[in-house]
Ligand binder design. Structure first.
Ligand SMILES: [Zn+2]
Length: 211
């Protein structure tokens, strides 16, 4: 019997309409950025084994649902070391005047450049992309996930994430975007933290911040 193909599920969570993604491969599942509604997201993943919950960065709208999702699935939580502390305050009032579901738990795995998250026949390699936050990362797909990247709030179609919040750094995000342009294949689909997906080829043509 042919192996079932990998699957990408998307859940829109929090008042900021954060994209929470679930990448399913060979019965295993990586969840990226459960910003809220962790228990509800878990219910939609009852047919797979969640093996990792990862955050592209520590803002509350990306990690507010981590605790509930990890409780429901027993999965470990992974985030870059530089954003782990930020994530632990997701449930408290933030500088943008909001709080999210719950503080994220302490990280089970601290991510750094070049680390690989395996899920089924797919791999996701950590690229450090500071600028929106100090510990922002992009997860670049390989294996059966070749051609996909989770880019969090580092890149949006024609634009980039805001750098005016605590820990934001305009020069750093421009460096990160240039690095993405150089190292991520043009045909790669870029799955953003909010709004629609794009591709590196489209961004290379239209995004002024990649030049
Ligand atoms: Zn953010």
């Amino acid at each position: 019997m042919a192996e079932k193909r990998d699957e990408l599920r998307r859940f829109t969570v929090t008042p900021l309409q954060t994209n929470c993604y679930a990448y399913v491969s060979a019965g295993e599942c990586l969840v990226v950025d459960p910003g809220g509604s962790g228990a509800a997201v878990a219910e939609h993943l009852s047919d797979v084994r969640v093996t990792c919950v990862a955050a592209t960065h520590g803002h509350g709208d990306h990690v507010g649902g981590v605790a509930a999702l990890c409780r429901a699935t027993g999965a470990p939580f992974a985030i870059h070391a530089a954003d782990a502390e930020l994530a632990r305050h997701a449930g408290e009032m933030s500088e943008v005047g909001r709080s999210y579901d719950e503080n994220a738990p302490a990280a089970d795995r601290l991510l750094a450049e070049g680390d690989v998250i395996e899920v089924g026949t797919a791999t996701f390699t950590v690229m450090e992309t500071p600028g929106h936050t100090p510990g922002g990362i992009v997860l670049v797909g390989g294996g059966s996930a070749e051609g996909l990247a989770f880019v969090g709030d580092t890149l949006f179609p024609g634009s980039h994430g805001r750098t005016d919040l605590t820990g934001g750094d305009e020069r750093a995000i421009l460096n990160s975007l240039r690095r993405m342009a150089a190292e991520i294949a043009p045909e790669t689909m870029l799955l953003c933290g909010h709004g629609p997906a794009t591709s590196m080829a489209v961004e290379l043509a239209r995004n002024p911040f990649l030049r």
